[in-house]
Design a protein around this ligand. Structure first.
Ligand SMILES: [Zn+2]
Ligand SMILES: [Zn+2]
Length: 329
């Protein structure tokens, strides 16, 4: 991810409607239960800046990269920076913070050097998360390349299990993310995710591994999210194969590409192929109640620059879809 500079607040607010001001007596959300909504935020300017960005945009949950995700090496997190981050999270009252791992990591790789680097990379991600009191590292399961998929699935699972074994003193664990299945990427089917988890469970690390479901990815991989009966079937399939108890975080992203395209392109909520009607069902689904939802939607405004208004807009869209029916959950 690039490191966008925080955009300057606009001097003139004349063209914008006044922001809703909320007080303790007048809560923004009036539904009895409401989802835990948040977004990925940049750590440009320091780890604690991500928490400030979360607060600025009204996030209750946060995902960060703790390092440059396109490099193997990472400067250590100083004790002072870690303490400042933990204090900022607690002061902001964030309900859930997760890390997303480096894009270079591929524990399923056929290349032994790359696989070993990937396992060490996962251990480093877990250590950094632990330092920041973050419980989960969201990780893509990797890509098969020229290997048969079954072989790559086993290698990916064993690689993740090795990383968990080498970091057995830590509490932080790994959430295997469902993928769109672009190219030879693993994890596009619930069966593959289940196979990965089963091997990690068998290796004795089940308590430190769960799943992150990405709405854009599962849709691009071919799973229907609409109408209600199809969404129910998708969720039931996840539960039967993986178990909803393993689902710890959801990435809420619309998809620029059609269902089954196996192309991973995120869109703003309601502005992609998944659409508002599907998200309205999804966010209120009783079987998904209480699971944090984190946006990874485009942050660029009309001028192409990062604009916190985009996160606010997507969060408002999701909040607007929450119905009192969700209280049944
Ligand atoms: Zn994602
Ligand atoms: Zn994606």
């Amino acid at each position: 991810m690039t490191s966008p500079k925080p955009s300057k607040p606009s001097k003139s607010t004349a063209s914008k409607p006044p922001q809703q001001v909320t007080s303790a007596r007048e809560p923004l959300r009036t539904t009895p239960t409401h989802p835990l909504l948040g977004a990925h935020q940049s750590v440009a300017g320091g780890l604690s800046r991500a928490v400030e960005r979360a607060v600025e945009t009204g996030c209750r949950c946060l995902q960060i990269f703790t390092r440059n995700v396109n490099r193997w090496d990472a400067a250590p997190i100083t004790a002072a920076d870690a303490a400042a981050f933990r204090a900022a999270v607690s002061a902001a009252g964030l309900a859930c913070v997760v890390v997303h791992d480096s894009y270079l990591i591929n524990p399923g790789s056929a290349d032994e050097t790359l696989r070993e680097k990937s396992i060490a990379g996962l251990v480093l991600e877990l250590e950094r998360a632990e330092q920041l009191a973050i419980p989960w590292v969201v990780a893509h399961p990797g890509a098969a390349g020229i290997q048969p998929r079954d072989t790559a699935v086993e290698r990916a699972a064993d690689g993740i299990a090795t990383a968990l074994s080498r970091s057995s003193a830590l509490a932080a664990g790994i959430l295997v993310e469902t993928t769109a299945g672009q190219g030879s990427c693993l994890g596009h089917s619930f069966e593959e995710i289940a196979a990965i988890l089963a091997r990690i469970d068998a290796a004795g690390h089940g308590s430190r591994v769960g799943v992150c479901l990405d709405t854009c990815h599962v849709f691009a991989a071919g799973y229907p999210l609409f109408p209600a009966a199809d969404l129910d079937a998708t969720i039931a399939s996840f539960d039967r194969l993986i178990g909803l108890d393993r689902l710890k975080v959801i990435h809420a992203n619309d998809s620029k590409k059609p269902r089954g395209s196996r192309v991973d392109r995120h869109a703003a909520i309601g502005e992609g192929e998944i659409g508002s009607a599907a998200f309205a069902l999804f966010i209120n689904h009783p079987r998904l109640a209480g699971i944090p939802l984190i946006l990874e939607t485009p942050k660029e405004g009309a001028d192409g620059k990062v604009d916190p208004a985009e996160d606010r807009r997507n969060l408002a869209t999701l909040h607007g879809m929450v119905t009192a029916n969700a209280a049944r959950a």
